[in-house]
Design a protein around this ligand. Sequence first.
Ligand SMILES: Nc1ncnc2c1ncn2[C@@H]1O[C@H](COP(=O)(O)OP(=O)(O)OP(=O)(O)O)[C@@H](O)[C@H]1O
Ligand SMILES: [Mg+2]
Length: 402
Amino acid sequence: MQHFAVIQSLCRLGLQRHDPAFRQQVERLRERLEKDGDTKNSDTLARLLKANPDASELVPTKVELSRFQITGEPLTAQIHPPVDRETSQPLCRIVMNPAAQTQRPILAERSAKAIADIVAEWSTFERLQELGVAPGRSCLIFGPPGSGKTLTAFHIAAALGLPVVDARIDGLISSFLGTTARNIANLFSFANRYRCLLLLDEFDAIAKLRDDPQEVGEIKRVVNSLLQSLDARADIGITIAITNHHRLLDTAVWRRFETQIQIALPDAEARTQMLTAFLKPLSANLPLIQLMAYVTEGASGADLRRFANGIKRHIALAGFEPTAPNQFKALCEVLAREPLTRVHPRAVSMIDDIAAFAIDALHDPDFPVKQKPFSSLLSVNQATVSRWLTRAASTTGAAHAQ
Ligand SMILES: Nc1ncnc2c1ncn2[C@@H]1O[C@H](COP(=O)(O)OP(=O)(O)OP(=O)(O)O)[C@@H](O)[C@H]1O
Ligand SMILES: [Mg+2]
């Protein structure tokens, strides 16, 4: 590749900044070079990536927040969460070290950038102050189930070095009149007292409450008390709310959040990265991972993790060597057990009729695997795959001739 020495220097400098979006692009370039057979340069990039480990994975705390930026008493493991007075159930879970619970979320570039910006704003606190603005303290994360919303919120907390006060709105809702509003008030006064990130998971529960025709007066009171609590916290701590059903939230709620981040289902690129990460410690085979990414279109990150774990279990139980063709067999077994409504038609075709699948896939410009590595994955020789393709071509030709 021409000018690779310059590209290498650019990558080295960029990687030192620990920007996940930049790292993602270098990983992409490395994969492309590998795919083009440029092993020398792809290995050089692999070495650079290894020498500059992702800071968010290894040392999640990128920003040291001063007491002046986030006020409050330190939250320690000895402090008990507030409880519902009627049931004595805790109103939240306290997670002292979110870094221990989280891996780096793999996100589309846009979302990754929005998240990196939230963290970066706190490291440029003084500069923002000079310009008369403050870092955003409230964020609403929305997206489909299993797309990595909770993971992302914990990742932000880890990057900011803050413990998490993790509350589920439906856990605050009580059947006792007046108790819900009191629970909300108690939760917020607890979160406001300590240095923490307040996480309001399953936030749409309040919106659903609003639509409940029963107890209209009580519900209005609850929603208003939540909105007031959010307003009162606006200048105190950091709050993240999460919802799967953003359409249920009205503008009064949206307005409370300075940043709104959408996390979509992973595209082919993100699925490839996730599967590479989730299949570890199995050795990664790029054609296999690309094939898996191709047949799992529409799957969430949580689905992909489940499939990867299923493959590992299958390999272990069957006593297989974890070769790429065996991982492929395990994939077919795992997908065959999924309900039909939950898998992509490509996966169904791959399981039901591998020749038909091969013909469609090898004619599809979106299918990134070439015929040779594809045949090795299937453990059939290339001549067989060529025969499938020729037979399909002659059948189509005959159909056209009629
Ligand atoms: N974008 C992602 N990057 C990395 N891992 C992911 C991603 N999305 C999902 N996962 C995997 O799936 C698991 C579940 O993700 P998470 O709980 O964050 O999803 P969610 O969007 O909060 O789902 P729900 O809407 O059901 O609460 C994670 O622990 C992780 O293993
Ligand atoms: Mg969640």
